[in-house]
Write a protein of this length. Sequence first.
Length: 91
Amino acid sequence: MDSEGKCCLIHSIGGIIFGYFANYIYTLGLGIFSGIVTLIYLFIGAVIFGHITAKILGEKSLGQKQWLASGVFPFYLVSIIVWILKYNGVI
């Protein structure tokens, strides 16, 4: 598997984890700021898994454009889907 595939896999696993816990952040009772705080939480998760990926694959293995395409996009896609499923009680 190439480095972009590994990056996508690592970020997808992180998206599942952070998407699951995003529901608890969203339902804390922060009023109109719940969605903003949850998106900031997911942004922090993407940065954390970006650093984890950089440590596993090497600092120079992916450029910023490749990291955005194969890391951040799958992270947000998976985390939003898991968050919606958890919020609606499916999982």
